[in-house]
Design a protein around this ligand. Structure first.
Ligand SMILES: NC(=O)c1ccc[n+]([C@@H]2O[C@H](COP(=O)([O-])OP(=O)(O)OC[C@H]3O[C@@H](n4cnc5c(N)ncnc54)[C@H](O)[C@@H]3O)[C@@H](O)[C@H]2O)c1
Length: 419
């Protein structure tokens, strides 16, 4: 009998995981609360960047199906929970989806099944949030139901590292749970790494993302000071990164985006404050610096325009690239949003161009989408490169523009101003 897996949450994490399990010969059902997503998936249509329609059609041909009905869990040997873990309006962890997904699957779990939480979260969630829900549904965790945590490391758009080639951390609530998780992931991932327990596996993910958050904040702050000192930060980084050991290059930008860097470290700092009553100073400082970058970009733009005899108020500003990373369409937490809002608040007229985004809104108002980039760039008072999609020839755009502010440091012409 082939193994049966139910992957709960069919988004950026759950859907590629489902593709990997289907390819490994595991009968896979994708469970999601959104009817529209389930309907489209069953018709072979994708809604995430990393998988196109043909990949979903191949999954369906391989036996995959999507459902909104949690009773499909009754067939499952393995249930993997990949639901969102956002921040609330107060910027505190919101585990609502983890709780409701666990509550939905718990009554249907069959004896001997393995539940794995993959959602990024603070240390203790698997033991203190997921486990009690399973137990209150009558399961004896470690006996009839096994439980583990395994952080997802997917990097949307990354062509080099795939699910198979990215080592996977697992940590179970006990040895049997860990062994079952190692067996499951070992079927489609080259290297499975065992953490001491669920808390270590949960914290490893937060360390990885906090490390990025802090190092990005470091170069962002350095970029501001270097600019004042007349030092080219981009040149500094490119020569520093020739050191073959002890240094990893991070680059400044208009702020951090996506669902990891701006969110996950807050899960850690929140939990440290809640449990220990202390601030996680590094995280809070990095948060402050990175969240201040959109305002810094607008300030640089204001200064750049004034030095050209223009005021930001009334200026026509063309924003290039509104997604949070290059070459994908995902706009979640993109700093472009804050840049756009601040520009509008300053009285600028904002338009955008993005080959990956059809429609872009600021506080519900749709923003003019530019179709002809060359002529729009030559008409604008300023062009701001926010995202370095590979479609952009930034030097060429700078030649056509009255003023181009390059927040990604990829231009090489003196016509562009780098952050
Ligand atoms: N996207 C990434 O690059 C990435 C990388 C590593 C880790 N993560 C983490 O993985 C988790 C999932 O992120 P994502 O990017 O896949 O989110 P997503 O928003 O792309 O997908 C989540 C899916 O879960 C569904 N869902 C929500 N509540 C549900 C419920 N109660 N039951 C069933 N389905 C439900 C949603 O409809 C959606 O389709 C988060 O914890 C995130 O932090 C994401």
């Amino acid at each position: 009998m082939p193994l049966v897996a139910v992957i709960v949450g069919q988004g950026y994490v759950g859907l590629p995981l489902a593709q990997a399990t289907v390819s490994a010969g595991i009968r896979t059902i994708g469970l999601d609360t959104r009817d529209d997503i389930v309907l489209r998936l069953n018709e072979g249509l994708s809604h995430v960047d990393d998988l196109d329609d043909s990949a979903i059609a191949a999954m369906v041909a391989g036996g995959y199906r999507a459902s909104t009905d949690a009773s499909v869990v009754a067939e499952a040997d393995i249930v993997v929970i990949c639901v969102p873990t956002p921040l609330s309006v107060l910027r505190e962890p919101d585990l609502g989806a983890v709780r409701s997904a666990t509550e939905a699957v718990a009554p249907h779990l069959k004896p001997g099944s393995l539940v794995v939480l993959e959602s990024t979260t603070y240390p203790g969630t698997t033991e203190e949030v997921v486990r009690p829900i399973l137990e209150s549904a009558g399961h004896s965790v470690g006996q009839d139901v096994l439980l583990a945590y395994s952080p997802e490391r997917i990097d949307p758009g990354n062509q080099q590292y795939t699910i198979r080639t990215t080592p996977k951390i697992v940590g179970g609530v006990d040895e049997r749970s860990t062994a079952a998780a190692v067996d499951f992931y070992g079927r489609f991932i080259d290297r499975v790494v065992v953490a001491r327990g669920t808390r270590e596996a949960e914290t490893a993910k937060l360390l990885e993302n906090t490390y990025r958050h802090i190092n990005i904040a470091l170069v962002n702050e350095m970029a501001r000071f270097c600019h004042e000192l007349g030092v080219d930060i981009w040149d500094v980084i490119s020569v520093a990164e020739t050191k073959p050991f002890g240094f990893q290059a991070f680059r400044p930008g208009p702020g951090v985006g996506g669902h990891c860097i701006p969110i996950d470290p807050n899960y850690l700092s929140y939990e440290i404050r809640r449990r220990l009553g202390e601030p996680f100073r590094f995280i809070e400082l990095a948060e402050e610096i990175n969240r201040g970058m959109p305002a810094y970009v607008v300030e640089r733009l204001r200064r750049g325009l004034e030095s050209r005899g223009r005021s930001l108020s009334g200026a026509q500003i063309l924003l290039l690239g509104v997604t949070y990373k290059p070459n994908i369409s995902d706009q979640r937490e993109s700093p472009a949003l804050e840049v756009g809002l601040l520009l509008r608040a300053a009285g600028a007229e904002v338009s955008f161009h993005d080959p990956h985004v059809e429609a872009w809104r600021l506080n519900g108002d749709s923003v003019d989408r530019v179709a002809d980039l060359d002529s729009a760039a030559s008409r604008a008072d300023a062009v701001v490169l926010l995202q370095a999609h590979h479609e952009y020839d930034v030097d060429q755009i700078a030649e056509r523009s009255a003023y181009l502010l390059d927040t990604r440091g990829i231009s090489t012409t003196a016509k562009a101003e780098r952050l």
